[in-house]
Design a protein around this ligand. Structure first.
Ligand code: BT5
Length: 332
């Protein structure tokens, strides 16, 4: 373990004496002092007291702040602004890195699926988790569903009743059954109505693989956290809007990463957990797929994340596509 990580770990259980830590991990006292300075520069405001170094009571949203107390196997890389955390994670993958969570306060070139724009101003939770799981590439879609479950749970823990829309959206359902677009059209943004709910979060999974094994997998997660609707596309919502107050992004992201890591390690648990949290199953849906439009009732989800739609003429299995929840009046 490097000095920075050893220091962060030691700070979890109370004050740390610099010389004692230096002896314990076998580095110089200067190395410990440098690690303290480095963490402070990152924004993790370590205090020096008579008992030794003490962690800040309310750590900032920064790499060390997120890593502090994190029970998930990722190093955190934090940026104030990036074009896209997915692009940064892909660059790390090309260098052979893995098990990194790339976080940015803002993204200037955030991406959705099919090169759509993802609006990502300062105040959201924008993160890409880079791993190298020992699974065949065909299993990759399951990680999107895994992330959706983790996002829904993290949102519910802060009091927002989020549900999952197949495959990659996390929504807040509207009680009045409206389509979430009453704030009017916004040129450039409104390419898909958020019918059946307001979009709180989206997931973009990218990977590279050989025939039998994924080389790298990047799961990009965007959650509209402390943002106002005016800064988001029509049909979107945020944790701030739903709760009426801000979330602690540091805690929220830590819970999200922990939930994701835990479920990713237990693939058999993903589909049952997903079924419990989705608003797609049992609904009339229209799915735009590469092979055409499928309309019917969504009846199940199967490995590795395939949606089963009952079209009235049989069951169709959809592997990828854009899904819209329909109201009965929409079904033609
Ligand atoms: C997604 O695509 O929902 C995937 C979004 C993934 C974003 C994360 S943030 C961290 C990481 N780095 C990245 O660059 N990306 C990932 P899709 O299903 O294609 O939905 C895209 C559509 O959602 C857009 O065309 C807009 O209509 C809408 N949209 C854009 N920004 C939004 C926002 N902040 N909140 C809600 N909806 C949004």
């Amino acid at each position: 373990m490097d000095t920075r990580r050893a220091l962060l770990a030691a700070l979890e259980s109370g004050p740390v004496s610099g010389p004692a830590l230096a002896d314990e991990i076998g580095v110089s006292r200067t190395a410990v002092r440098r690690a303290v300075e480095g963490l402070r520069e990152e924004g993790f405001a370590i205090e020096a007291t008579d008992d030794g170094y003490v962690a800040p009571g309310d750590p900032a949203y920064c790499a060390a702040g997120i890593e502090f107390g994190l029970d998930a196997p990722y190093a955190v890389e934090y940026h104030g602004s990036l074009p896209s955390t997915n692009d940064r994670a892909r660059a790390l993958a090309a260098d052979g890195d893995a098990d990194v969570a790339v976080v940015a306060d803002a993204q200037t070139g955030g991406r959705g699926r099919s090169d759509r724009e993802w609006v990502a101003p300062s105040g959201g939770v924008w993160v890409s988790v880079l791993t190298s799981p020992s699974v065949p590439p065909a299993r990759a879609p399951l990680f999107t569903l895994t992330a959706a479950v983790a996002v829904a749970d993290a949102c519910r823990e802060v009091g927002v009743e989020a549900t999952i829309k197949w495959p990659n959206d996390v929504l807040v359902e509207r009680s009045d059954g409206g389509d979430g677009d009453e704030r009017g059209d916004r040129p450039g943004f409104v390419d898909r109505p958020a019918r059946g709910g307001r979009k709180l979060a989206g997931i973009l999974t990218e990977m590279e693989g050989e025939a039998d094994r994924v080389s790298w997998l990047v799961v990009g997660i965007g959650v509209n956290a402390n943002l106002d609707p005016e800064t988001l596309p029509a049909g979107a919502t945020s944790l701030r809007t739903e709760r009426g107050e801000d979330v602690d992004r540091r805690r929220f992201l830590a819970r999200l990463l922990e939930a994701y890591a835990e479920l990713a390690a237990d693939p058999d648990a993903v589909l049952p957990a997903w079924r419990e949290r989705t608003s797609t199953l049992g609904r009339r849906v229209r799915v735009e797929t590469p092979g055409g439009t499928v309309v019917g009732t969504a009846v199940d989800v199967e490995q590795p994340g395939t949606l089963v739609v009952d079209t009235g003429e049989g069951r169709t299995r959809v592997h990828a596509g854009d899904c819209e929840h329909l109201r009965d009046a929409d079904v033609r």
